[in-house]
Design a protein around this ligand. Structure first.
Ligand code: NAP
Length: 307
C-alpha cells in the first residue's frame, strides 16, 4: 500500500516526487511509456530559471529524477494500463501488476498529435516522425517537411535546418499560432521556406515503405500538387494522456483534466500536475510548479485522512 503514486516522470511528476519524498511519503513514480516527458525529446532549454547558459532537456529531467531518488522516491518503468478510482485505496494496474494507493498524482502529460492520414500512420518510423530531436540526424542533406504553425513547428523547423538541405514548413492557415520571436527566427532562417494555407492530403510512398513526397493542397486556390520530400515531421500539438482515466476523472472535451481548484481533480485524493491539465502554459517551469502544488496537496489530504 502506497501513500502516493505519481503517474508520469516528466517535470511535473519528478517535481511532485521530490516534494512528496521530502515529506516522507515514499512516493512511487510510474515512469510511463514516454519516460522523462517532453523534455527528454528536446535539446537546449534556455528558459528554466537557474541555468544562465541553458541546460539540455534530457539532462534537466534526469537531474530531477536523481534528486527525487536521493530523497527516497521509487521509480518503476512501464505504463499504467488500468485504474480503479471508484473507492480508496485506488487500484492501479501497472503492466499487469496491481498497486494500491491512498492518493494519486496524475502527471501523465500529453503526447504528440498526428494529422490522421492512413499513409502517415503507416510511415511512422519510415520517414514520418513527431520528434525532430530524435530523428533529424537521419535527414542530413535531405529534403524535410514540417507541419504546423505553432512554436513547436518553428522550433523543429529551425532545428532541422541544421541537417536538411531545405526545410518546407507547411501550415494550414495564413496566421500563425507561434510566438513572434519564434516565427521571426524561422522567417530569418534562409533554409526554411513557408507554405501557408496548405494542407497535406497524402504522404508517399507506402508501397516503398519510405517517405518520398507528399500531395499538398492550397485551401484558398484549390491548387493540388505533389512535392518531393524525404523526412516528414509532424509538429501540430499534443493530446493529453488521460484515456486510462476516462469516465472517472472529469476532463474537458479534448481530454485535459479539469481542475477543481489548486491541484484538485473531480476525484477526492486524485491530483493533477503539468500538461495533462494545462493547455495554456505547458512549460517545464509551470509543470514543475504544478508538481510541487500537487505533492503539497496530496500531503495535506493524507494528513487530514489520518495516514
Ligand atoms: P500549438 O500551439 O497548439 O500549435 C499547433 C499548430 O498545429 C497550430 O498552428 C495548428 O493550426 C496546427 N494544427 C493542429 N492540428 C492540425 C492538423 N490536424 N493539421 C494541420 N495542422 C494542425 O502546439 P505547439 O506548437 O506544440 O505548442 C504547444 C505549446 O508549447 C505552446 O504554448 C507553445 O508556446 C509551447 N512551446 C514553446 C516552445 C518554446 O518557447 N521554446 C517550443 C515549443 C512549444 P491552427 O493554428 O490552424 O490551429
Amino acid at each position: 500500500m502506497h501513500n502516493v503514486v505519481i503517474v508520469g516522470s516528466g517535470c511535473a511528476g519528478n517535481t511532485a516526487a521530490i516534494y512528496a519524498a521530502r515529506a516522507n511519503l515514499k512516493p512511487l513514480v510510474i515512469a510511463g511509456k514516454e519516460a522523462g516527458g517532453q523534455l527528454s525529446l528536446t535539446t537546449l532549454v534556455e528558459n528554466f530559471p537557474g541555468f544562465p547558459e541553458g541546460i539540455q532537456g534530457p539532462e534537466l529531467v534526469e537531474n530531477m529524477k536523481k534528486q527525487a531518488q536521493g530523497f527516497g522516491a521509487e521509480y518503476v518503468s512501464g505504463d499504467l494500463l488500468d485504474a480503479d478510482l471508484s473507492t480508496r485505496p485506488f487500484k492501479l494496474n501497472i503492466e499487469g501488476e496491481t498497486v494500491e494507493t491512498q492518493s494519486l498524482i496524475v502527471a501523465s502529460g500529453a503526447s504528440a498529435r498526428w494529422i490522421g492520414l492512413e499513409s502517415e500512420q503507416k510511415l511512422i518510423g519510415h520517414g514520418v516522425s513527431s520528434c525532430a530531436t530524435c530523428d533529424g540526424f537521419f535527414y542530413r542533406g535531405r529534403k524535410i517537411m514540417v507541419i504546423g504553425g505553432g512554436d513547436s513547428a518553428m522550433e523543429e523547423g529551425n532545428f532541422l535546418s541544421r541537417f536538411g538541405s531545405e526545410v518546407v514548413l507547411v501550415h494550414r492557415r495564413e496566421q500563425f499560432r507561434a510566438s513572434k520571436i519564434m516565427l521571426d527566427r524561422a522567417h530569418a532562417n534562409p533554409k526554411i521556406k513557408f507554405l501557408t494555407n496548405t494542407v497535406v492530403e497524402e504522404i508517399f510512398d507506402v508501397s516503398k515503405n519510405t517517405v518520398t513526397g507528399a500531395r499538398l493542397k492550397n485551401v484558398v486556390t484549390g491548387e493540388v500538387w505533389n512535392q518531393e520530400v524525404d523526412g516528414f515531421f509532424v509538429a501540430i500539438g499534443h493530446i493529453p494522456n488521460t484515456a486510462v482515466f476516462k469516465g472517472q476523472i472529469e476532463t474537458d472535451p479534448d481530454g485535459y483534466i479539469l481542475s477543481k481548484g489548486g491541484a484538485r481533480t473531480s476525484v477526492k485524493g486524485v491530483f493533477h500536475a503539468g500538461d495533462v491539465q494545462d493547455r495554456t502554459y505547458r512549460q517545464a517551469i509551470t509543470a514543475s510548479g504544478a508538481g510541487c502544488m500537487a505533492a503539497m496537496e496530496a500531503e495535506k489530504f493524507l494528513e487530514a485522512e489520518g495516514h
